[in-house]
Design a protein around this ligand. Sequence first.
Ligand code: PEP
Ligand code: MN
Length: 372
Amino acid sequence: MILILKPNTDTETAEYKQLISYLSALQNIELRVHQERGAERTLTEIHLIGNTAALSVEDMKNLPGVESAVRVSEEYRVLGRHKADNRPNYFDYQGLRFGQDSLHVFAGLCAVDSPESVEKMMKALRDNGQVCTRMGAYKPRTSPYSFQGHGKNCLPYVFELAGKYGIKVIAMEVTHESHVDEINQALDSSGQPTGVMLQIGTRNTQNFELLKSVGRQQEFPVLLKRGFGITLDESLHAAEYLASEGNQRVIFGLRGMKTNIGDPHRNFVDFAHVPVVKRLTRMPVCIDPSHSVGLRSTGAEGILDVMHVTAQGVIAGANMILVDFHPQPSKALVDGPQALLISELPYFLEDVQIAREAYEKRKTLAARSSAH
Ligand code: PEP
Ligand code: MN
């Protein structure tokens, strides 16, 4: 069961302490307190874990300081959607709203290779009205002999250039908890010119210790990629690890599944799960067409497969697009074959807009049809 306390609850008050001591005395029930510090208000939730069947929702709702109580018998306690659950399906970060109704494009470099590439990318983003990007500094590679990313050495120029070009959020993968400290320090030393969304890659979806440590920090929101060889349910539980440790600002990323059934694409595109994740949970859903398709093939009508699958995800309601671009894909140190050209950015954005408008129209049509 989840108790949602009145907004801006002060945990130093006698009322709050009394509530905690009452709840702590309940038999076979463990308490976990979650606090979400938003710009305008702090939301406090108390999660009661264990034998809650005997508790009455009505009694819990009437406890001092409690605004509402939700019984969560279902899976995905924190991030899931439950009956009579009106918790938000969005969060705000860096002045942007990330939710199940919004759409943000994170076009950028799979791997940072040089300050020149970063600057070309960010300038193009600014010129096209974009404020988010992706920039890989820590790359999980199949071979230990492949380029592993510039790591913390590139952070100063990446953050400085982000500030210069008005980039507000950079999606950046971390493969170890120490990377979060390095990012924090680099942001501090450069005067916080931008924000970071920590990315957990498909190879680490079930790295539970990494999930726990990234879940414990509240500084950065998290993009969790679906595991490429596990069920959707297992990946949603992985997201729940982040939330159960305290970080509910999680976006769930679809990036295709590893199987030869998807050939010639690098992974089997799984964007049919966009509405499924939005129905089961309160998380916004990201699609990664680049790692799904993995190549620059073009359909018979002249549309790139990467753009086709992007449109498929967006028309199904995706809330974020993570997509690889590079000024010179043949020179990229990682994933060049799937990168779009920077000159293709305006075209890409316009194509996304077409799919988004179609999604909006489909929503209106569905509402009209169900009204009869
Ligand atoms: C990436 O986004 O650069 C990446 C490595 O993705 P994935 O974890 O989906 O393979
Ligand atoms: Mn990549």
